[in-house]
Design a protein around this ligand. Sequence first.
Ligand code: B12
Ligand code: SF4
Ligand code: SF4
Length: 301
Amino acid sequence: MIKQLASEFGFNFCGIAQATKLEDDARRLELWLNKGMHGNMQYMERYFELRIDPRQLVPGAKSVITLLLNYFPENKQDAGTPKISKYAFGKDYHEVIREKLNKLIESIKINVGEIHGRGFVDSAPVLERTWAQRSGLGWVGKNGNLINKENGSFFFIATLITDLDLEPDDPFAKDYCGTCTRCIDACPTDAILPGKIVDGSKCISYFTIELKDMLIPTEMKGKFENWVFGCDICQDVCPWNRFSKPTTEIEFTPIPGILNISTKEWEAMTEEKFKSIFKHSALNRSKLKGIQRNLKFLHPG
Ligand code: B12
Ligand code: SF4
Ligand code: SF4
């Protein structure tokens, strides 16, 4: 019934796992943090215990329901324009998914009575990729992304942690990366390490979105391949993304104009114009100032 409702609200895949402590992941996360792979993302240091155990985040939790929402766009950006990650073409996914999660929780309550449950997407201390794998929705690829065998990796992940005791799905047992190393070979900043570890502090996505007011280190000069907001390289080269199908989520229709903003137009853009175009966009995370800083880094002088 929950999977049926999830599909009615537009989620593409839904899987269920038992809410337990994530012992292996705790070790991986600890190592990642100890090596400073979170760079300046201090929020990743916080709530370690909650991040590795959903029962600490939502007291009484029995099940983690994981949902995937496809964002693969039908259209590409114009050639030569500063590149924006595909996930940011449409309305901010946090807003879109939160609304769907709220509707899903309400419908579950109507069907089964009072339950305790909280929906999360992205910003909460939840290891979303791990839950997706544990719910049978795909495997974690060498590029760190959750890959679904039928549709590739251009999906957002959301979770609903609840005290409902649900029959879990089997974890996804296989790994279909095989001997492929395309993502590792293509990553311009060598952020993808052996063992499915992505050094966040070397990722273009981190530099262009998370670094905020700081300067991008000079040793990264010339490596960004015209990415001004996020980076899709390790997904674009992944053979499993041949199976990506365009999203049917109307809210992810590209914001008018976003596919053809030139470097000159970005440089000349005013705060007012940015606010009017990107009011409900994920680009707000780096703000106009951040994007213009990134552009200066891409095209000095
Ligand atoms: C911090 C963060 C970043 C940082 C750091 C990246 C990183 N590798 O952690 C930066 C800013 C660089 C980043 C970039 C991107 N991100 Co990000 N990011 C997150 C965030 C908020 C936390 C991730 C985290 O916990 N990192 C810590 C490391 C240690 O954990 P991890 O990478 O998730 O890996 C865990 C598991 O995969 C597991 N694991 C590894 N191998 C194996 C093997 C098995 C068998 C199992 C079971 C588990 C396992 O080990 C790790 C610890 O448990 C999540 C949202 C969330 N709450 O989860 C989104 C999230 C991971 N990001 C997402 C996206 C879309 C991106 C970008 C594609 C955006 C872009 N186009 O620019 C890039 C991709 C970069 C990459 N190759 O990973 C999506 C991923 C969707 C998907 N299909 O996987 C998420 C889930 C957001 C969402 N709600 O949709 N991101
Ligand atoms: S998103 Fe780009 S920079 Fe980050 S790991 Fe993938 S290819 Fe490398
Ligand atoms: S590019 Fe190859 S190695 Fe990398 S995630 Fe995709 S299948 Fe796995």
